[in-house]
Design a protein around this ligand. Structure first.
Ligand SMILES: [Zn+2]
Length: 177
């Protein structure tokens, strides 16, 4: 899937900790998988990993750093350091609220890419991967300044791509078998 997204440089690391989400990524090219992710079935795991690949392929971390600098009114050459830009968020709810819609757009993009990458690479339909994964996470997301919409809203939005994913899954099944 990383190759399909044009990012064959992505590094996958396993953690024993469940303190964060089951899968997450950080700049510029690292995806971390917790034990709970590795217990998912193939299509659900493909969806979450595809979602994280989507964040990296679309350079969402760079978008965040740039946008935080702009929204905070920092000058164009204030920092070339993404971590320093992200630190502007520390304790600053007002800034997080300003970025909330931008994060939700990124999450939708990552959900959409995750669904299509998992269809192309593993023949997974939405009903096999994204939907059961998000339904199991019901109750997550939402709230003021949130990056993730509530899981039910993510499923509703993804349904628009069900037919695209089904066709990709069907084609990849017949090309590969
Ligand atoms: Zn995400």
């Amino acid at each position: 899937m990383a190759d399909l997204a044009g990012r064959s440089d992505i590094r996958f690391l396993a953690t024993v900790s469940e303190d964060k989400e089951s899968a997450y990524s950080y700049a510029p090219n690292v995806i971390i998988l917790a034990p709970s992710a590795l217990r998912l079935n193939t299509c659900q795991l493909a969806f979450v990993v595809g979602h994280e690949i989507g964040h990296i392929a679309q350079r969402h971390f760079d978008e965040d750093a740039r946008l935080l600098s702009v929204v905070s009114g920092k000058g164009a050459s204030w920092t070339g350091n993404g971590d320093r830009a992200m630190s502007l968020l520390d304790g600053n709810i007002a800034l997080a609220i300003k970025l909330s819609q931008h994060w939700q757009r990124q999450e939708r993009e990552a959900d959409w890419l995750g669904a299509l990458l998992s269809a192309e690479a593993y023949g997974c339909t939405l009903d096999e991967g994204a939907v059961p994964y998000l339904q199991a996470a019901a109750g997550d997301g939402g709230g003021i300044g949130a990056a993730h919409e509530p899981s039910a809203a993510r499923v509703r939005w993804l349904k628009a791509f069900a037919e695209s994913a089904r066709r990709l899954a069907f084609q990849s099944y017949y090309l590969d078998n």
